[in-house]
Write a protein that binds this ligand. Sequence first.
Ligand code: SAH
Length: 213
Amino acid sequence: MADFAALRARMVERQLRARGIEDERVLAAMGAVPREAFLPRRWRHRAYADSALPIGEEQTISQPWIVAAICQALELSGSERLLEVGTGSGYSACVLSLLAAEVVSIERHEPLAESAREVLGSLGVDNVELLVGDGSVGLPGRPGFDAIAVHAAAPTAPPGLVAQLADGGRMVVPLGSDDSVDVLTVLRRRGEAIESEALSPCRFVPLIGEGGY
Ligand code: SAH
């Protein structure tokens, strides 16, 4: 049986801290969440590999560094109401549950959402609400998110999500480009103005839906 705790601690140091993740809250959260619990049994031995891995429905659990980079870019203090688009395995939702007050996470594939619900329940996570649907339009009836994390690449920042960002709020979204490399981008709302900053090249599955592809 692999010593997952030791592998996780090593992942935090070698894949995250050594590669520019310096938010101590993010490092602690990544060091606390058992990534192995979110993987299909046959991939568990690779839980702390420096890569994305298959989770079914032709989707992947993101590489640990990408999850940490998204969390760090959101500059969370712990009081936020956060929207996540693309629950996938539920791993990133679990990390975010330790960094924000309340997480609402949307997934379009019901079997993935069901599996994420089971794992989060078994870990006793009680501040994540899981919904099935098209997260590219967000939750129009429940706007005012302090932070939005999008885990799939969109052609442009989905307008519905931008509209649901609270004043001062931050959204991290991979934006697709023509050469098949996506650019992890952070948007900030300042009143009616939206500031945008490119963070790093990355590769994501596409955001499928009205505000995506
Ligand atoms: N954060 C996840 C990885 C997500 S991969 C984890 O930690 O495991 C991206 C996910 O976005 C996939 O599960 C995909 O089904 C989902 N997705 C793509 N388009 C979507 C949409 N419009 N609404 C909700 N989920 C979407």
